[in-house]
Design a protein. Structure first.
Length: 278
């Protein structure tokens, strides 16, 4: 009969060694999981840190564009105001003063162009549109005062050239069209002011110009609630006011002062608001 050796501890040692190795493996696995989790958390923090910086840059640029657009809008309104002073001044004096004011507007465009380069132009175009439209309106008004015709988009953009003669900003077709639509309001005021100075020919010329402009706009077939559609309603109203002045001039001539024509225009406006609700 074979005897089993007494006091042999080999099986016990083998079991303890296995348990020890298992614990060590578990510890290593846990350490690896912790390290992996730390790496993931670091990556997430880095990602969101990058996103935060990107958003901060976007909001800062957006604020700069909005501020410049407001400044351009404000200065362009001043340019229009200068144009309206032609009633009491010569054309040469008005154009000279307008040229000085335009230098300020040009510098504002020059300053903002660095923020509107590449894809940023389309990214922030919506924030810049009001400035483009008001500038278009101002340049179109001055052009009418000087030549009596409609300024083209490329003629406006010709004022936005750098020292090398390269165009550093462009105006979209939509902003150009909307700016031209706003021109009708200034021409309506110009027509009424001309009557006050005894110029009865100017309103008739403006009336014909506005009729031609309205006819061209109708070819766009714009939807009523679209930006162009809404502007066309204003255009229609401005044309009706000028037509009313021309009608009164034709019937009564210089029989009435300027205030009379302003009165009938304001009465027409209130009547239209009560009928059409705007």
């Amino acid at each position: 009969m074979n005897q089993i050796p007494v006091g042999s501890s080999s099986p016990t040692i083998s079991i303890e060694t296995g348990v020890t190795n298992s614990r060590k493996q578990t510890t290593d696995d846990n350490s690896n999981e912790v390290e992996t989790q730390k790496v993931k958390e670091t990556g997430v923090r880095a990602l969101f840190s990058t996103l935060r910086d990107s958003l901060d840059e976007h909001y800062n640029t957006r604020e700069i564009v909005i501020r410049h657009s407001k400044d351009i809008t404000f200065q362009s309104k001043k340019l229009i105001y200068i144009g309206h002073r032609i009633i009491n001044s010569s054309l040469d004096a008005i154009l000279k003063e307008a040229a000085e004011k335009h230098k300020e507007i040009f510098q504002l465009f020059k300053d903002i162009c660095v923020h509107l380069s590449g894809v940023n132009y389309f990214r922030y175009l919506r924030n810049m549109s009001n400035g483009f439209q008001e500038y278009t309106e101002a340049m179109a008004f001055l052009r009418y005062l000087e030549h009596g015709d409609l300024i083209k988009k490329d003629e406006i953009e010709a004022n936005l050239l750098d020292e090398s003669g390269n165009k550093f900003l462009q105006i979209t077709d939509l902003d150009y069209v909307l700016g031209i639509a706003d021109l009708t309001g200034e021409l309506m005021r110009y027509a009424i002011n001309s009557v006050g100075k005894g110029d009865h020919t100017r309103p008739l010329e403006i009336c014909q110009f506005l009729r031609n402009l309205k006819a061209q706009f109708s070819l766009l077939n714009a939807k009523p609630n679209s930006p162009i559609g809404k502007k066309m309603e204003d255009m229609k109203s401005n044309l009706q006011k000028v037509e009313l002045v021309c009608y009164a001039l034709t019937i009564h001539g210089s029989e009435y002062p300027k205030e009379f024509y302003e009165f009938i225009v304001s009465e027409h406006s209130r009547s239209s608001e009560s009928i059409y609700g705007h």
